[in-house]
Design a protein around this ligand. Structure first.
Ligand SMILES: Cc1cc2nc3c(=O)[nH]c(=O)nc-3n(C[C@H](O)[C@H](O)[C@H](O)COP(=O)(O)O)c2cc1C
Length: 245
């Protein structure tokens, strides 16, 4: 349709990178592209920590369950939702920031995701590959300590970045008929469409070049949602000053 849409629909996560560094000027442009994203109330509630210290990389790899690319990717970024900066500004102007509101948590978390995805699209348009690392939330307190994150800041996810050393297949997504509704929510026709998508996913997983498995999508959700994923998150976020009301 056009090059941007073609780029977006050819995304796939990259988990193997060459040793070639990311050009420093390009890297700066990527961060500028991230910052150009829309921002709720123009809060700009994000800080990106670029982790270059090899010891910290190893520690973050371990937090992420040993995912090697966290250590070896040419660049590793941690996207933090950050309310501390706007709150500091509030105080400097004589205000008293209202802390702990769920709404503020949503704003800053959405900002971090939008910044990251802008950076990702910019990076992919320049021929780089990426992999998000949500597994940093396995031990967010450790990440917070390693990166000296203050109160009102939390690590939302990490991002590996570099030149791809693999060419994985594009993973099929749910049909638009399932995810797009008109005027009101309805599940009409979803079971049939998801069954067909399960079949497509089984074929994809059985035939892809790495990590072959026999699985559909909906049974994957059974495994995922039946377990309590990272139940420590609420207490952690509250300890950082988020989500107290
Ligand atoms: C917020 C977020 C966190 C993720 N965390 C991880 C992760 O810790 N490790 C990993 O290998 N992939 C991670 N992924 C990548 C997803 O597994 C991947 O995007 C999904 O399976 C779709 O595959 P694709 O990106 O190749 O299209 C994450 C993706 C997102 C958006």
């Amino acid at each position: 349709m056009n090059q941007t849409i073609d780029l977006l629909t050819s995304h796939r996560s990259i988990r193997k990178f060459t040793d070639e560094p990311v050009d420093p000027d390009l890297f700066t442009r990527l961060v500028e592209a991230a910052q150009a994203s829309a921002s709720s109330s123009f809060l700009q509630g994000v800080t990106i920590i670029r982790v270059t210290d090899p010891g910290k990389r190893v520690a973050l790899r371990d937090v992420a369950g040993g995912q090697a690319y966290v250590e070896t990717a040419p660049e590793f970024l941690v996207f933090c939702a950050d309310l501390s900066r706007p709150m500091r500004c509030c105080r400097q102007h004589g205000g008293t920031p209202a802390e702990g509101l769920t709404e503020q948590f949503v704003i800053a978390t959405v900002d971090a995701a939008l910044y990251a995805q802008n950076l990702v699209i910019a990076a992919e348009s320049a021929g780089l590959g990426i992999c998000y690392i949500g597994a940093l939330r396995n031990d967010p307190a450790k990440v917070t300590e390693l990166l000296d994150l203050p109160q009102q800041v939390y690590p939302v996810f990490g991002l590996c970045l570099g030149h791809p050393a693999q060419d994985p297949e594009v993973k099929p997504r749910l049909p638009v008929s399932v995810t797009l509704k008109t005027d009101s929510y309805s599940t009409d026709g979803e079971d049939e469409a998801i069954a067909a998508y399960d079949e497509e996913m089984r074929t994809y997983y059985a035939n892809r070049s790495a990590n072959i498995k026999i699985q559909g999508w909906s049974d994957q959700m059974a495994g995922l949602l039946a377990k309590e994923g990272r139940p420590h998150m609420l207490a952690f976020l509250q300890s950082q000053g988020f989500l107290t009301r």
